[in-house]
Design a protein around this ligand. Structure first.
Ligand code: HEM
Length: 380
């Protein structure tokens, strides 16, 4: 492979996980067609995630709270968000997520081919997140349609299409927060109303800040949860012995197994940074002001850190970058972990078998998205 070839990580039409596996041993840092520098090795991704001085998160011209903020400003906003995502704050929602999962299992047709990503993952993600935020059930079809459009826009890489879809979503969020913010209105007693009443530096959060926070909690995460459910179901269907073990396992053991399955096939592919000084990484000179991508999917399969032929939930937990590292590490980790565990446990206890459809192939996603596009399964 010449040094020039890996400079195209647009990887159009390719499975990004397979492609980065191919590139990583010889080309730890590659440039994509957008001119971004993509870090593929575990050590480099981890170092960049921990080094928020030389890798700024201020990558977009759009307001991104808190992910696009740096330093003290990031800390202030992050504090507001974290209190909704602690163990104590989330515990009351466990029965809610269980109800959502059981109801979905009861509704899903048995003995017929279903897509684990769109028919199970996406629907569970929307219902669980709406229940958590206090959003009305009637939003479900609108949010599901939006997820599909967002997915299509991300895959297309077309900036105008992505901006258009983002604006549609912001409009949905504004329609939810406006009545909760209007003075004198009897707002429902839910998490979204509580968030609308938060202050930073003594000032109420602005509409733009609220939209950004809620966009992050929903727009991005609904897709991630749906893709994660797809990866988990595909793995379980291909490893029935693991399904047997999981039925008898403790919550902690199930969560560890989920994290290991998602380490091996991490559908939350990457996050961006911008360099604040010139850097030398993986043999490449990266200038100041350069856009850098931390590729979690690739880092999580780095053969110098993990033996990918061994399924080792305990042994690989400490180095697993599924939820990132450093100041921007995922504050929604516990929420995501519980939602995924409850979805999987409910499936395992309410079904006898989860099998891949005999006559329809698994379809991988292609760059820039990870995981599966379609996981045809039959539930019994
Ligand atoms: C399986 C699902 C999820 C995965 C794999 C995931 C993964 C990640 C990762 C890797 C980061 C680090 C980003 C960076 O370093 O730039 C992150 C950040 C973040 N995640 Fe998650 N996440 C998931 C679900 C959620 C959920 C459910 C929420 C909340 C409702 C959430 C809220 C956030 C927020 C607010 C940030 C930005 C944090 C900051 O910049 O300080 N995530 N997530």
């Amino acid at each position: 492979m010449t040094d020039h070839m890996p400079d195209d990580l647009s990887a159009a039409g390719r499975d990004l996980r397979a492609y980065t596996d191919e590139l990583r041993p010889k080309h730890p840092v590659v440039r994509n067609t957008k001119g971004e520098w993509v870090l593929l090795r575990h050590a480099d991704v981890l170092a960049a995630a921990l080094d928020h001085e030389r890798f700024s998160s201020h990558v977009s011209r759009y307001l991104q709270v808190p992910n696009g903020l740096d330093g003290e400003e990031h800390t202030r906003y992050r504090k507001v968000i974290e209190k909704y995502l602690t163990r104590e704050a989330l515990e009351p929602f466990i029965p809610v997520f269980k109800r959502v999962a059981s109801q979905l299992m009861a509704e899903l047709p048995k003995g017929k081919v279903l897509d684990a990503v769109s028919d199970i993952g996406a629907v569970f993600a929307v219902r669980a997140q709406c229940a958590w935020l206090g959003w009305p059930d009637e939003l479900e079809p609108q949010l599901l349609a939006w997820m599909q459009e967002n997915h299509a826009a991300t895959r297309s890489g077309d900036n105008a299409q992505m901006a258009d879809v983002a604006e549609q979503f912001d409009e949905i969020i504004r329609s939810i927060i406006r009545p909760r913010r209007s003075v004198g209105n009897k707002a429902p007693d839910d998490l979204t109303t509580k968030l609308c009443r938060e202050t930073v530096n003594g000032q109420p959060l602005t509409e733009a800040e609220l939209v950004s926070i809620l966009r992050n909690w929903t727009g991005g995460d609904l897709g991630s949860i749906a893709l994660c459910v797809g990866v988990l179901i595909a793995h379980i269907a291909q490893h029935p012995e693991l399904a047997v073990k999981m039925r008898a396992a403790s919550n902690n053991e199930v969560e560890a197994a989920i994290n290991e399955i998602l380490r091996l096939d991490n559908p939350f592919v990457s996050n961006r940074r911008v360099t604040t000084c010139p850097l030398h990484i993986g043999g490449r000179d990266i200038p100041s002001g350069a856009k850098v991508k931390l590729n979690w999917t690739s880092a999580n399969r780095d053969e110098t850190v993990f033996d990918n032929t061994r399924f080792d939930p305990q042994g690989n937990a400490a180095a697993n970058l599924l939820y990132g590292a450093g100041k921007h590490a995922c504050p929604g980790r516990l929420l995501a972990t519980w939602e995924l565990r409850i979805a999987l446990q409910t499936m395992l206890t309410s079904l006898q078998t989860i099998e891949l459809a005999a006559d329809q192939p698994l379809e991988r996603e292609v760059a820039p998205v990870g995981g599966y596009h379609r996981v045809p399964v039959v539930l019994r």
